[in-house]
Design a protein around this ligand. Structure first.
Ligand code: PEP
Ligand code: MN
Length: 339
């Protein structure tokens, strides 16, 4: 249920409503908007009608059921867009188009520092790199783990960039959150509910990738797990879904961008690298994503893609990344955004 407070509701009235929600066995999630406060009361769906009584409390305008199965993620609860601050001057969800770039996997310090400086120069805001890698084969390179995380941090610091890396195991959340500005949940873990609950308790922004077979509703339910655990900072990322089409690694679901933006206040970014699996297809899909309203892009970049330990075929060289950033500019301007 959503408890919509009147425009002039006093702090004391808001506090009373919050206390009553708790007394009824529900968890209050107040959202302090510019004009009014709304309080989501989240909990057992079956008995929620008792919350209707709160309508008689002073300062309450109305009590309305949330129709969507996802609650805190929905625009019903929060019509204004969520803007997430990642580092000083780096945000997502507002006019600034967030650019995340870097290799699939952290391979060495030299590779990461070189990449950080190159992508920063070309205009990227956040450095990416996998330290714990979810690989289809257990015999593939599975990442440098803690050593890789420390290298990523060092490279980010050298270039003055915040970093993002994937977390696969709930037990690693605290450690990775010490080093990484953003915690990524990969496509394969989108319904790893223990991980979502644990990561939702972290103070770090979360980059939640869409699974290759999750519907938009299922995807928003996964975001809901993080939000219901306490996080207010979930960034969604469309990275291609599995279809019958095999000319590309996945099928980039461009329509997910406007659909997600209708349904949720959370920022939505696009990863054209995993979506297509081919470096030559990354620029056109990046343009299309920006045109469709994406709040950011995540692009794989490697100093020598032919030698990359993972995802080389979809990784851009430094020159190709710089070129993509330059040719992206008219699309960014047309979408009413800035870099
Ligand atoms: C990645 O970003 O490195 C990755 C593994 O992506 P996904 O989870 O989308 O496959
Ligand atoms: Mn990859």
């Amino acid at each position: 249920m959503i408890i919509v407070m009147g425009a002039g509701a006093a702090q004391k009235e808001i506090r009373t409503v919050i206390a009553r929600i708790k007394a009824l066995g529900y968890t209050p999630h107040p959202i302090f908007g510019k004009e009014r406060t709304v309080i989501g009361a989240i909990g057992d769906e079956r008995g929620k009608i008792v919350l209707q009584r709160l309508e008689s409390l002073p300062g309450v305008e109305r009590v309305v059921p949330i129709l969507k199965p996802y609650k805190l993620a929905s625009r019903e609860v929060k019509p204004e867009r969520t803007v997430i601050r990642i580092a000083p001057g780096v945000t997502v969800g507002d006019r600034q188009l967030l650019i995340i770039a870097g290799p699939c996997t952290v391979e060495s310090e030299a590779q990461m520092i070189e990449t950080a400086l190159a992508v920063k120069k070309a205009g990227a805001h956040v450095l990416r790199g996998g330290a714990w890698k979810p690989r289809t084969s257990p015999y593939a390179f599975l990442g440098l783990e803690l050593k890789g995380l420390k290298i990523l941090r060092k490279a980010g610091d050298r270039a003055g960039m915040p970093i993002v890396t994937e977390v696969m195991n709930p037990a690693d959340v605290a450690l990775i959150a010490e080093y990484s500005d953003i915690l990524q949940v990969g496509a394969r873990n989108v319904q790893n509910f223990s991980l979502l609950k644990r990561i939702g308790k972290s103070k770090r922004p979360i980059l939640l990738k869409r699974g290759m077979m999750t519907t938009i509703t299922e995807y928003l339910m996964s975001a809901e797990y993080c939000l219901s655990a306490g996080s207010r900072q979930v960034i969604l990322c469309e990275r291609g879904i599995r279809t019958f089409e095999d000319a590309t690694r996945n099928t980039l679901d461009l329509s997910a961008i406007p659909v997600l933006k209708e349904r949720t206040h959370l920022p939505v970014i696009v990863d054209p690298s995993h979506a297509t699996g081919a470096a030559r297809l990354v620029p056109p899909m990046a343009y299309a994503a920006v045109a469709a309203g994406a709040d950011g892009l995540m692009i794989e970049v490697h100093p020598t893609p032919e030698k990359a330990l993972s995802d080389g075929p979809q990784s851009l060289t430094f020159a190709k990344f710089a070129d993509t950033m330059a040719t992206l500019r008219p699309f960014i301007a047309a979408a009413g955004r800035t870099l």
